[in-house]
Design a protein around this ligand. Structure first.
Ligand SMILES: Nc1nc2c(ncn2[C@@H]2O[C@H](COP(=O)(O)OP(=O)(O)OP(=O)(O)O)[C@@H](O)[C@H]2O)c(=O)[nH]1
Ligand SMILES: [Mg+2]
Length: 359
């Protein structure tokens, strides 16, 4: 595969399939802070601006273009006639579980309980036990301020819960002028990651903005995979003229990391990124040019002995490129979790980063 157009197309398709879509059910009484939590944790104020549609009397299904996440926002399940509304929800869960597309299964539930109520209703325990039959459940204590043993109480009442986590979704100003910062959101992502299928972790990483380290760790796995593939390709040293065989691996890695960071993944953005970072563009340029240009950034890495690329060099160059890209994206989002950088900006920063790394 030499043609860059084909390489880009395939990289995008693979990255998109491997990322998939995650579905999370968020349940809790009215006013416990579900929408606030959703907006603090996920990209693009999804609870406010996402497309919601009622799927049962008490449940809305929320999605947003460009975010690989579906949320079932469910409330009032502890109210009168809760048996009926819970049965309705269970029917929906079973329907989704039998879908052939695993992206449509509900992968995890967050059961939200407000800390200052300090009470778990019998109907909430019922709801929890029903959910736990079908999916992992994380109990989320919302609006956390002072625990006073409530967390242990919740854990004791909901033994099926995989975890109990206390969160504060927004900064809170006290009367005396001091403020308490959000908390627990990073742990919520980590604990959720532990209980969902491994194949859904990239979608979780991409959809959320509360835990930058989680995006980085998922991206490192992609770099590790690409580096192994590059080493395998170079197991019998690659003649320089065949360097193109590394291009799909390296561009695939860039596409994978792009998707884990939740950025738009289109042929336009990916080709702009490659063009501005690596300095090759145009519809007809070939994979070999990409690889040769990447290698120019890292003159110190490996030697092109006898005009061939060894396994060690192929893998080292791939790691250097992947790590530089992760560092660039991490810097952008550390500065502003809601940043919407253009492909050109990212490409320019990547070029600078590689120049520095290779110098
Ligand atoms: N202090 C503080 N207030 C919060 C927190 N989370 C939510 N709130 C407030 O609690 C109120 C209710 O929050 P929502 O997010 O609308 O609650 P909800 O669970 O979505 O409510 P329904 O949509 O009616 O089911 C709002 O005024 C929020 O600002 C928090 O962590 N700390
Ligand atoms: Mg709400």
């Amino acid at each position: 595969m030499e043609n860059i157009d084909d390489i880009l197309k395939e990289a995008i398709q693979k990255a998109t399939t491997e990322r998939g879509n995650i579905t999370i059910l968020i349940a809790g009484r009215s006013g416990v802070g579900k929408s606030t939590l959703i907006n603090s944790v996920f990209q693009q104020k999804i609870a406010e601006t996402g497309q919601g549609r009622p799927v049962t009397q008490n449940t809305r299904e929320i999605t947003k273009e460009g975010v690989p996440l579906t949320i079932f926002d469910t409330r009032g399940l502890e109210m009168s006639q809760f048996k009926e509304t819970q049965a309705e929800l269970e029917k929906l869960i079973k329907e989704r579980a039998s879908d052939r597309d695993s992206n449509r299964h509900i992968h995890v539930a967050w059961l939200c309980i407000q800390e200052d109520g300090r009470r778990v209703e019998e109907a909430e325990v019922d709801l929890h036990n029903m959910l736990a039959k079908h999916m992992p459940v994380v109990a989320v204590i919302t609006k956390a301020r002072s625990d006073n043993g409530f967390k242990n109480e919740v854990q004791a009442l909901l033994p099926e819960s995989k975890n109990v986590v206390r969160v504060r979704a927004i900064r809170e100003e006290m009367d005396d002028g001091h403020a308490i910062e959000p908390m627990g959101l990073e742990s919520l992502i980590e604990l959720t990651s532990e209980v969902i299928p491994e194949g859904k972790r990239r979608a979780l990483a991409a959809s959320q903005k509360a835990n930058l380290n989680y995006k980085k760790s998922q991206s490192h796995k992609i770099v590790a995979g690409a580096s192994t593939a590059a080493a395998a390709a170079g197991a019998s040293p690659i003649p320089f003229s065949d360097a193109a065989i590394l291009a799909p691996i390296q561009i695939g890695m860039i596409a994978g990391i792009t998707s884990v960071f939740g950025l738009e993944l289109s042929k336009g953005t990916l080709s702009t990124l490659v063009a501005s970072a690596i300095g090759v563009g145009g519809a007809t340029f070939v994979g070999r040019t990409v690889v040769v240009n990447i290698m120019k950034f890292f003159p110190g890495i490996g030697t092109v002995a006898g005009g061939a690329i060894s396994a060690a060099t192929a893998s080292a160059i791939t790691i250097a490129l992947g790590e530089a890209y992760i560092a660039v994206l991490a810097e952008i989002f550390a500065e502003n979790p809601d940043a919407v950088p253009t492909a050109g900006e990212i490409g320019e920063k990547l070029k600078q980063k590689m120049k520095k790394a290779g110098a």
